[in-house]
Write a protein of this length. Structure first.
Length: 447
């Protein structure tokens, strides 16, 4: 009997398969590592680009703010800078580097503009330290807003509509660039603009072709108050007159009396003297020697006007001012402009008209009017701005022809702490004031 042998099963040789698997695993790990490395490097690049972009943007904003401050200050002080008007000052800034309005004027460096103090120029590439160890640069230029617009004259170096463009470019260390533009134009405000809350009660009347009231905070109108224009508030609005809350804030200028010092005919110092612009003492007050009918109160650090009318002129006061008497009359008002570093308190019934065109009062503190201040005389020809750094309080029976702008800075002087108008206050404003007050009316990032 023959026996059939069992089939022999052989296994394939598996030697080396582990190596293949290890190699495959290494390849996968290498690919993953490479992906992670590339991803990390990409994130680093993104982070670096974001940081560089932020640096360049910060530098451009710094250049823009620097240039806007210089240009608006120069134009705002057009008279002291030897120009016939704000527009003439703008034209002076637009003169080209060659001095005669050549082609280089289109994009010349602001540092070459005529009339700007060399100590405050903005040369191209001015260095700005943004953070410790991180340096960036900016350059700023000024040019006409649109030489081809219908309201312009087609000349880049001569402004015709009192609007110019400030151009600023910021550079980061890796040469990243951001360019910003701001449009500078005359500020156009209504009769009463307050940088915070304000309340109108009693028989307050705000009227005229520009009889508008705006508060960057809350606005409350109560009693028999009457507003002929629009009433608006950035915060809430409550009142008997048609109005609206939730409106955009108004960009108000910083009220600094020293910006107006160049208008002064007389300077009343904080030690009881009256000088001229050159600092020459014209008068030293004593009980027997008033200075232009001003009295100095050393105890309260205040210059006072009583019943006797001061000599006409613009007075810069290095202290507070009080008006207790009733100088002037409706027939013969006193031509006087008051610019005070401290507060102004009017409890009498003076009749004033602006001595400096378009400017009646500027105060570095508060303004309280509780008497019968009258600026109504010949309102077609006489008007003035009242500019207040801190707060206002109007009561009594004042008639104000002009514009009241209240910055509403944090209260330092305690004469007034809350903005309020009560009593029988009349404010009439028909527009046209503030031609020397310029502000940023728009800006954009140029991409």
């Amino acid at each position: 009997m023959t026996t059939t042998p069992s089939p022999v099963i052989t296994r394939s040789d598996e030697r080396g398969s582990a190596l293949v698997m290890v190699l495959l695993l290494l390849m996968m790990m290498s690919a993953l590592g490479a992906a992670l490395a590339i991803g990390g490097q990409t994130e680093t690049f993104i982070s670096r680009n974001q940081r560089s972009g932020a640096q360049a943007h910060a530098a451009a904003e710094a250049g823009l703010n620097h240039a806007v401050e210089l240009v608006t200050t120069y134009v705002f002080q057009w008279n002291a800078n030897g120009h016939a008007s704000p527009q003439a000052a703008l034209n002076a800034l637009l003169v080209g580097p060659d001095g005669n309005g050549g082609a280089a004027a289109d994009n010349g460096s602001l540092g070459t503009r005529a009339g700007i103090d060399a100590a405050e120029d903005i040369p191209a590439g001015t260095r700005l330290t943004i953070a410790a160890g991180i340096n960036a640069q900016y350059e700023a230029l000024i040019r006409d807003d649109d030489a081809t617009a219908p309201d312009e004259n087609g000349v880049l170096t001569t402004d015709a509509n009192e609007r110019v463009i400030i151009w600023a470019r910021g550079y980061a260390q890796d040469n990243s660039e951001v360019t910003l533009e701001a449009l500078i134009s005359p500020a156009d405000y209504g009769a009463l603009v307050v940088g915070g809350d304000v309340e109108l009660t009693g028989s307050v009347n705000v009227f005229g072709t520009s009889g508008d009231v705006h508060a960057n905070g809350d606005l409350a109108i109560d009693g028999s108050a009457n507003i002929s224009g629009t009433a608006s508030a950035t915060g809430t609005y409550t009142g008997s007159e048609p109005g609206a809350g939730g409106m955009p804030p108004v960009d108000l200028p910083e009220v600094d009396p020293s910006d107006y010092r160049h208008y002064a005919d007389f300077i009343l110092t904080s030690d009881g003297r009256m000088t001229n612009q050159a600092g020459v003492t014209l008068c030293t007050w004593s009980n027997k020697t008033p200075c232009n009918n001003w009295e100095w109160n050393n105890g309260s650090n205040t210059w006072e006007i009583s019943s006797a009318a001061p000599v006409s002129g613009t007075y810069y006061v290095e202290a507070a001012v009080t008006v207790t008497g009733s100088p002037g009359s409706a027939k013969t008002p006193v031509s006087v402009t008051l610019i005070a570093e401290g507060s102004i308190d009017i409890s009498g019934s003076p009749d004033f008209v602006a001595d400096t065109p378009e400017l009646l009062m500027v105060t570095g503190g508060d303004l309280e009017i509780s008497g019968g201040l009258d600026t109504e005389n010949d309102p077609l020809n006489i008007g003035g701005q009242i500019l207040v750094h801190e707060q206002i309080k109007f009561s009594g029976n004042p008639y104000l022809f002009g514009q009241v702008i209240v910055e509403n800075a944090p209260s330092v002087d305690d004469l007034v702490t809350v903005n309020e108008l009560s009593g029988n206050v009349d404010i009439e404003y028909n527009g046209g004031l503030g031609s020397g007050t310029y502000a940023v009316s728009g800006w954009r990032e140029v991409r």
